[in-house]
Design a protein around this ligand. Structure first.
Ligand code: SAH
Length: 625
């Protein structure tokens, strides 16, 4: 090596044996070694020659590092600048390189094994499993180094690709919150701390559970977050998990009531007495009592484990909890199991005399405020509700989204909207047909708009578009992206007819094409509807299960009563006994008389689409309250 120069070396993730042979041979001959603090295993320095000088760059800033490099090179030394993993990933080598280029100092980059691969190896996982994901995204959450907003985690997550998130474990809640905007809560996640080091730690979970587990394991740095369906169990079990009845998106209710209704949890004798009274008045509630109290009965579940463990087992199996005990106990024991408002259950705390029912967690989306009111009315006590919009009798946008049964939600933006409403800032909503469902009077400045264009042209601080159309916000509206909230209501009913043994893939493909042509959003599908003879049609059932769509079956007699745009088909009449399938079943299930999309046909599938009016969703939501 005639010319003295600088080598940027990827030292690998930690295990010194993961250093490349080339990296090792440069370390052996380098005169000066500058390594990146705690992230590089100092053992890789053992290969250096005796007289070489070593610097730890942890305490140096970039200027000091480049000054040191250039000083040493000028002295004729060979400098090894040793980075963790691979230097190309968050190695900040670009700035060092431009400095060297300006001074005509020659340099070379030696790749290394990035921690993303060491983490995948620790998990024994392929990140690109066919049919799950063929893409890996390496990213990070915004920190001191800003991530461009078009690359924010929630946007990248829309791809459902495998993601490796660097430099972010200290903000695990925020990461989870953003991922939940696009990924279902049961998406597998793993956090790998110090991959390939002797003290490597692996925490596995789902988006629902990972934050609690990371806190429990006290992982605050030097960890990678890997997320995506590729990390799921072996193919067979992943499939069964995805199709599992309990698999639910966002706060969508689990199908067939798989999520049990309510758990009344008690600690003491008088708590258990009050709990027994409540259980009588709340059908289907389960009463959890310490076994030593010897209480038995229907829906009574004696427990022996510590409360913390009990909550851990129950927290995502129940829609809501009524905890008859001190608030402090509930806060301390349940907090580690809470993930995010989109998935957390309602938690209400009740004192042993039933005087106060406190809505503690998930007031709006989980329904804890409603539950607290109901409990207070049953015990003759008072409900304690602290949600700001409720306290000021102001409309809440998250409740609106809940009533509209919206699919994915931008929680940060929802928070911003509620804040704006509360502070009397102008908030605009399209369409104006939802206006009757908002309280009149009050100090809020919500205005309603007939068209999206008018809404977007308004001076509203936030613009809320309720639409089941794809691309309701067009690229022209981009500048308004940070203040425009798109709520996709789940109000489409897809009527489907199909030949025997049509595959799930073919049905899905046809539905997507028909919706696509009509510019309707797939995420807006609430249910699918068909004729009763199809109640054992495997492909159709698999399609419903895959996306957790409700499915409704109508008898030929019911279908024959419906007036449809498309003339009756003889073939259908012979095969299933009704004049048509997709059109009448969509109309019946949506409870309307006109279709958004009339019958579209491929060789094996027919599809028609109807829409449940927004007003009906809102009216039903109000009634439930
Ligand atoms: N160039 C490095 C990344 C440097 S940024 C690489 O290719 O791996 C530092 C971040 O990398 C850490 O915050 C952490 O997210 C991740 N990281 C580095 N080494 C790691 C290891 N051994 N295990 C897990 N994560 C690691």
């Amino acid at each position: 090596m005639k010319h003295r120069k600088v080598f940027f070396i990827g030292a690998g993730p930690g295990d010194p044996e993961l250093l490349t042979l080339k990296g090792k041979s440069i370390i052996e001959r380098a005169d000066v070694l500058i390594y990146a603090g705690s992230l590089v295993n100092p053992q890789v320095l053992n290969y250096k020659k005796k007289e070489a000088t070593v610097y730890n760059s942890a305490s140096m800033n970039l200027k000091e590092i480049v000054a040191l490099i250039s000083k040493e090179v000028k002295k004729g030394k060979t400098v090894a600048r040793i980075h963790t993993g691979d230097p190309a990933i968050y190695g900040a080598i670009q700035e060092q390189i431009s400095f060297l280029e300006k001074r005509n100092i020659s340099y070379e980059v030696i790749p290394g094994v990035s921690s993303v691969f060491a983490a995948a190896a620790a998990l024994k996982k392929e990140l690109t499993v066919p049919e799950r994901s063929q893409t890996v995204i390496l990213t990070r959450i915004s920190g001191r180094t800003k991530v461009p907003s078009r690359e924010s985690i929630d946007k990248l997550a829309q791809s459902h690709a495998t993601m490796a998130i660097f430099l972010s474990v200290a903000h695990i809640e925020e990461v989870v919150e953003q991922l939940l905007i696009a990924y279902p809560p049961d998406t597998p996640v793993a956090v790998v701390h110090k991959a390939s080091w002797p003290d490597e730690k692996v925490v596995r979970g789902t988006l629902r559970s990972i934050a609690g587990k990371v806190h429990k394991a006290a992982i605050k740095r030097q960890a990678l977050i890997l997320v995506g369906s590729a990390l799921g169990d072996t193919v067979g079990t992943l499939r069964s998990k995805l199709y599992h009845e309990g698999f639910a998106h966002g706060y969508r209710k689990n199908r067939q009531g798989k999520k049990k209704s309510l758990a009344i949890v008690t600690l003491t004798k008088s708590g258990a007495q009050l709990g027994t009274e409540l259980k009588k008045k709340i059908p289907a509630a389960h009463l959890f009592v310490p076994r030593k109290l010897g209480i038995k009965g229907v829906r009574v579940k004696p427990y022996t484990q510590p409360l913390h463990d009990l909550f851990g087992e129950l927290v995502h199996g129940y829609r809501g909890f009524i905890c008859i005990m001190a608030t402090g106990i509930v806060v301390r024991t349940i907090t580690p199991f809470l993930t995010h408002k989109s998935v957390d259950p309602a938690v209400v705390v009740l004192d042993e005399k039933g005087r106060f029912a406190i809505s503690l967690v998930s007031g709006h989306l989980g329904g804890a405020n409603e539950l607290a009111e109901k409990v207070a009315s049953l015990t003759g006590g008072k409900s304690v509700i602290t949600t700001a919009t409720d306290v000021h009798s102001m409309p809440a946008i998250d409740l609106l989204a809940k009533q509209l049964d919206c699919s994915t939600l931008h929680y940060t933006m929802l928070k911003g909207c509620n804040y704006a409403v509360l502070h009397g800032e102008k908030v605009g909503i399209y369409p104006d047909t939802v206006k009757p469902y908002f309280p009149v009077g009050g100090k809020h400045k919500i205005r309603f708009y007939k068209t999206i264009t008018r809404l977007l042209a308004s001076d509203s601080a936030y613009k809320i578009i309720i639409s089941n159309k794809q691309g309701a916000v067009t690229p022209d509206h981009k500048q308004a992206q940070d203040t425009t909230l798109l709520l996709t209501p789940r109000n489409l009913v897809v009527g489907i007819g199909c030949n025997r043994s049509t595959s799930c893939a073919e049905i899905e493909d046809t539905v997507k094409k028909v919706l696509g042509r009509a510019q309707l959003s797939f995420q807006a599908i609430k249910k699918i509807a068909t004729v009763s003879i199809k109640s054992n049609e495997k492909g159709l059932l698999a399609f419903a299960r895959k996306y957790n769509f409700e499915i409704e079956f109508h008898t030929p007699e019911q279908l024959n009563k419906v007036v449809c745009p498309t003339p009756p088909s003889k073939n259908v009449l012979n095969a299933v006994g009704s004049k048509g399938v997709c059109e009448p079943s969509a109309l019946l299930s949506a409870g309307v008389t006109t279709l958004l999309c009339t019958k579209k046909k491929t060789p094996n599938v027919t599809v028609a689409v109807a829409e449940i009016p927004l007003e009906r969703l809102l009216a039903e939501g109000k009634e439930k309250k």
